[in-house]
Design a protein. Sequence first.
Length: 171
Amino acid sequence: MKALVVYESMFGNTADVARSVADGLAGAFEVTVADVRDRPSPAGVDLLVVGAPTHAFGLSRPATRADAAQQGEVREGAQELGIRELLDGSARLAGTPVAAFDTKVNKAYVPGSAARKALRLLRGLGGRAVLPAESFRVTGMTGPLVAGELDRARQWGQTLAASALAARQHV
Ligand SMILES: Cc1cc2nc3c(=O)[nH]c(=O)nc-3n(C[C@H](O)[C@H](O)[C@H](O)COP(=O)(O)O)c2cc1C
């Protein structure tokens, strides 16, 4: 059973969450973690998970990634490609189990979520959502993550693995 976790990350927080989600999946899946800029292919995977930072209430665009680069030091190549563009150019997913997470600032009443948008795109491609979109919180624009979020990400990965396996048995 193979899982692919694809992340986009300007400042590294979503990348850290992706690795913790992968840790959580690792008991049940052979997991590959990939940066979106490497354009990983979901062909042949049993579970596709995408993660992205929330930008302007949704998934990043080239302009918001350029904005991010004005706010702090961004990871090499991070401006090149986002999850939105990867999914826009993706082949159909034909029933592949999918899930999405994001990072967003730790404030009440901040609307919008990159993960919700990503899950809509994944469903539009024919993916079958295993869990609702999930958000992990950062303390400010460039991070760091709120204490405990990496543990919560690992637990979410475990729950995701269990849900994906249970859904398989009911097909
Ligand atoms: C241009 C820009 C727009 C942003 N818009 C939002 C937003 O609408 N809602 C939110 O909660 N956080 C917003 N943020 C904060 C990001 O979610 C935060 O930078 C991100 O979670 C950090 O993850 P990363 O280190 O993986 O890039 C924005 C950040 C940038 C740079």
